[in-house]
Ligand binder design. Sequence first.
Ligand code: C2O
Ligand code: CU
Length: 450
Amino acid sequence: MGVPDYGGGTTSGTHGHVPLADVASVSVTGLVADPSRPADVRVELAANALRVRLPGGAQFDGYTLNGATPGPAIRAAVGQLVEVVLRNEDVAGGVTLHWHGLDVPNAMDGVAGVTQDAVRPGGSFTYRFVAERAGTYWYHSHQVSHAQVIGGLFGALVIDPPGPTASDAVVLLHTYPGTSRTLNGHLGAVRRDARPGEVVRVRVANTDNAPTVVWVAGAPFRVLAVDGRDLVGPSPVEGRKVTVTAGGRADLEVRVPDAGVRVQAPGVSLVLGPVGSDPPTAAAPAATLDLLTYGTPASLGFDPTRPDRRFTYDIGRLPGFLDGRPGYWWSINGRIVPHVPMYMVAEGDVVAMRITNASGEVHPMHLHGHHLVVLTRNGVASSGSPWWVDSLDVEHGATYDVAFVADNPGIWMDHCHNLPHAVEGLMTHLMYDGVTTPFVLGPASGNDPE
Ligand code: C2O
Ligand code: CU
């Protein structure tokens, strides 16, 4: 699965200086939550392939979970053990579930051919993980994901912080095949009654392939969190929109005015207000909130200035062959899949990565199992709150320096969340020393994660 890149570290890891021969080998199947711990939250999800009819009439050949798309919102409190039994009723190509943004044990990551086999019709798979961090996440199939996600195999995953539950609303932005954008599966406006003065945390998740923007008409707001990580010192925002990259989330806090308020994305909105309120829509503000300067600085909890590994992830585009097919494919560090780097780390490493994009298009880059902190963009250092992401909007021409701690052993995809781009080769892995997988990819295996 690629050409090992040790990022200046050693094959034996940089902690403990263990000779390679002594690095214990562990299979991804052993990287699980405590099997003896009972579940606190248990959900059963049945996947179907069928003709879907959205409220309002749009139809397409898609997928449902328990008869609906989006699938049921899964909710747990931080620290709870979540158990989800996925049953494939009749999706011929097989299905999995990936917990996007929740840094689960590797065996639960749901990537067909890497952490499990795709669940065939009639089969099932049980996911178990402890919800370690409160925040807004989502789940989706990671088998033939470029077709199954757009077609409906996804839902919201919310982990509540300790203490009394605050008022919140989940907003899943999704564009199904041949439809315009929907909000929680509805075209146009959706409303939720709210008292004047009520403070609502609006949990926006962009489940599409392209970045989008959200804004609030009728009230100032604050951005409380991005990608399941609270921002420090978020100040009131007015007259700006917020970019939510593909796969990314933003939690917006709004205080409901007497006349109600409208949280908008292109083509859709969520109205929060008293019964009968109908706050006006507003055009998207021209200015975009810059998360590089928003909020106040705080400790990262690790020192990114002396990393154990330094990697580059240079995104380009090259003529060549992918699986024998000629084309103009995405490249990583000047090479086309499978000759792309496999980023090798050892547990405990501090990892620095420079991501550049000279490919002509934007790429929402997503690393599984970890959160990255943005250190610089185009050479300018972050001066706001620590900006942690699992999905990073990397514009054409941009350079991002990011860092993370390798604290979750496994084999983790690191790919573009414009899912057709992943099919076109914008996909590689982060790999921990000594971790092996019994699963295989490719046509003969029936596993096809992209
Ligand atoms: Cu949202 Cu590789 O996944
Ligand atoms: Cu891309």
